[in-house]
Design a protein. Structure first.
Ligand SMILES: Cc1ncc(C[n+]2csc(CCOP(=O)(O)OP(=O)(O)O)c2C)c(N)n1
Ligand code: SF4
Lengths: 276, 395
């Protein structure tokens, strides 16, 4: 008997599949995790808005059957802020790449976190500009190769979670496509959060980052995630030498702060004299 | 061509040709951010930098706005500065581009023409650089990869000329030229070096003996004079563009001017076009001529400063002329080339009937048949004066 894939109901009908993503690209795995998280929370599709910038990752709203806005490079968070302010009842997910969110769109990222706008930002971090051919990004680790750094970069990289927390985000977590079950839970938590919530999903780009840095095929890169990441809780119990050089995953920050739309509504009410 | 100069013929894409020109110019600073279809230019250049083939400081910034800002800083400091971009990237630079011109900084920028969002598209039209019409930059279109290479070298001379000192934009058509591979003849490195000469900045920030402020506030007192000086610099650039184009021809065999007539002198019907479409049109014109139709073309190479008088003179006496516009002035009256050509012809004796055809937006194909149909409409009278039609669009 032919049964429908459970994600199918969330995919855009009539859209040509497979996606533009290269075989082995992590972005599709993240998409699957987002769909399952939305399904588990039981949020109707019509209350979901997916806003993206430009990049391989930002192609996601073309496939997922939510209300969607595919905007300009780096500006997704600004567009999404507009959507959320107009209708705070909507669940607004921002799909963005490391270049989109932190290079050209870095300003929007920190200011939306500072304002605590209720957005679920899924940052698909592949440590490179995938779409334009592998230029280094603000998350390319120092010394790694990119098409603009054939002998390795000289620049230090951002820690997106730390940046978000420092800027005022109420939730920040890092997951991997290897640990997709954990990633899915993080996305669920982030979606349930009222405030600026970031999930950084480490998503391998075998075509560019992998090739340029000789990291092997997609399987090897995902295997690498398994071997080189440690969950924050486990890491806390280990001596520093055991965690040195590893990437820490998990939920780093989970706070309750009155969200922006609520503060904003309060001011409207006050101005209109409805409340004291 | 002068004896003793051996050109190297190689198959290159437009992007490779432009990157190679930049390598030979060996600027002091390149600041850039990648964008399709111009990425290759700056990426190839990054490789030249990494391999030590140029002395350039390469600044891979975090957006085009920063790219042009860094270029302004370096140019104001007295460094020979270049960059490259396309479409949304150029649009993000607009704010800074006005400043680059206002500060009279001789930055040379390669732009690969691409449509603007929305909807997002990566293919060719001229909307992106038409947004630079009023920015104060000199604006040169290329018909093919060879011209792109030649234009880049000439751009450096034009921009830096002491009576000009303006930024120059050199463009190619996205994918059609940028990614099409053609035979391109390049000059030897030392010849390029001789042709462009050393950079002599006018005033610069790094002259410690003579400290200056760049970009100081002008209110009602001086702003107008500064803007007027820009107008004068644009006007002065005409002679320089012509002289540099002539010299290029004397030295290397192909001369350049602001406009290029093709079979125009005795033509009764003509088109006006920019960029790669001119190459296609030349074939159509040859065919029409073989069939006895007096067809011709006026190619505009330099769009800024707009060669109005030359265009009016070249088109005088034609029966009818069609302007092919690869971008539109939304809410205006015809495309940007049309509106300017029509202004150039206004109140001129023997001005021809002028019609506009908007074509090729977002990379929509323009083929010989379509150009042939424009000539047919010019001949049979379907092309009405001042009519604006859309070629190859579904209603
Ligand atoms: C203003 C502007 N500049 C540059 C580009 C070209 N561009 C498109 S996507 C991209 C980078 C994408 O990298 P990232 O955000 O990390 O996403 P990925 O493709 O790796 O998923 C760039 C530079 C653009 N579309 N608009
Ligand atoms: S280039 Fe990289 S990021 Fe883009 S689809 Fe391919 S693997 Fe994914």
């Amino acid at each position: 008997m032919i049964t429908m894939h459970p994600s199918f109901e969330m995919l855009r009908p009539g859209k040509k599949f497979p996606t533009v993503w290269c075989p082995g690209c992590g972005h599709g795995i993240v998409q699957g995790a987002i769909i399952r998280a939305v399904q588990k929370l039981g949020i109707p599709r019509d209350q979901m808005v997916m806003v993206s910038g430009i990049g391989c990752s930002s192609r996601m709203p073309v496939y997922v059957d939510f209300n969607s806005l595919h905007t300009a490079h780096g500006r997704a968070i600004a567009f999404a802020t507009g959507v959320k302010l107009h209708n705070p009842k909507l669940h607004v997910i921002v799909i963005t790449g490391d270049g989109d969110a932190l290079a050209i769109g870095g300003n929007h990222f920190i200011h939306a976190a500072r304002r605590n706008v209720e957005l679920t930002v899924i940052l698909l971090n592949n440590n490179i500009y995938g779409m334009t051919g592998g230029q280094y990004s603000p998350t390319t680790p120092i010394g790694k190769r990119a098409s603009t750094a054939p002998y390795g970069t000289a620049e230090r990289d951002f820690d997106p979670c730390a940046l978000a927390v420092a800027a005022g985000a109420v939730f920040a977590a890092r997951g991997t496509v290897f640990g997709v079950v954990e990633l899915e839970k993080m996305i669920q938590q982030a979606l349930a959060k009222r405030g600026f919530a970031l999930v950084e999903a480490l998503s391998p780009c075998p075509t560019l980052y992998g090739r340029l840095n000789r990291e092997g095929n997609a399987v090897k890169m995902i295997q690498w995630q398994k071997e080189n990441t440690i969950n924050a809780k486990a890491a806390a119990k280990l001596p520093p030498e055991k965690t040195a050089g590893k990437i820490i995953t998990g939920v780093f920050h989970d706070a309750e702060v009155t969200p922006y739309t609520e503060v904003y509504q309060g001011i409207i009410d006050k101005a209109q004299g409805q409340k004291q | 061509m002068m004896a003793g100069i051996t050109k190297i013929d190689l198959a290159r894409t437009g992007n490779e040709a432009m990157a190679y020109a930049m390598k030979q110019v060996n600027p002091d600073v390149v600041a850039a951010y990648p964008i399709t279809p111009a990425t290759e230019i700056v990426q190839l250049f990054a490789q030249y930098v990494a391999d030590g083939e140029v002395d350039t400081e390469y600044v891979p910034v975090e957006s085009e706005h920063s790219a042009m800002s860094a270029c302004i800083g370096s140019s104001a400091a007295g460094a020979r500065t270049m960059t490259g971009t396309s479409s949304q990237g150029l649009a993000l630079m607009y704010e800074m581009c006005y400043i680059a011109a206002g500060l009279r900084l001789p930055i040379v920028m390669a732009d690969v023409n691409r449509a603007l969002s929305a909807p997002i598209n990566i293919h060719c039209d001229h909307s992106d650089t038409m947004g630079m019409r009023d920015a104060g930059w000199i604006h040169i279109f290329s018909e093919n990869a060879q011209e792109a290479y030649d234009n880049m070298l000439q751009a450096v001379r034009i921009a830096e000329h002491e009576s000009v000192r303006l930024p120059v934009l050199v463009t190619t058509d996205g994918f059609i030229i940028s990614h099409g591979m053609e035979r391109v003849a390049t000059l030897p490195d030392d010849e390029v070096k001789k042709f462009i000469g050393p950079f002599k900045p006018g005033t610069m920030l790094l002259d410690v003996a003579k400290p200056i402020t760049v970009g100081a506030l002008n209110f009602t007192d001086f702003y107008f004079e500064h803007r007027r000086a820009l107008v004068d610099a644009q006007a002065a650039s005409v002679a320089v563009i012509k002289q540099v184009g002539r010299e290029f021809g004397q030295k290397y065999g192909t001369a350049y001017d602001c406009i290029e007539p093709y079979q125009l002198a005795d033509a009764e019907y003509a088109i006006v076009a920019l960029g790669s479409t001119c190459g296609t049109a030349k074939v159509v014109i040859d065919q029409l001529r073989a069939g006895g139709v007096k067809a011709g073309m006026l190619k505009i190479r330099v769009f800024r400063p707009f060669p109005a008088a030359e265009i009016a003179a070249a088109l005088a006496g034609k029966k009818s002329v069609a302007v092919l516009d690869r971008s539109d002035v939304l809410g205006g009256f015809g495309g940007p080339v049309f509106t300017e050509v029509r202004s150039a012809l206004y109140q001129k004796p023997n001005a021809p009937l002028l019609a506009d055809y908007i074509y090729g937006l977002g990379g929509r194909e323009i083929d010989m048949e379509m150009i042939g149909s424009v000539f047919a409409q010019l001949q049979d009278g379907t092309a009405k004066p001042d009519s604006v039609q859309y070629l190859g669009v579904r209603d």
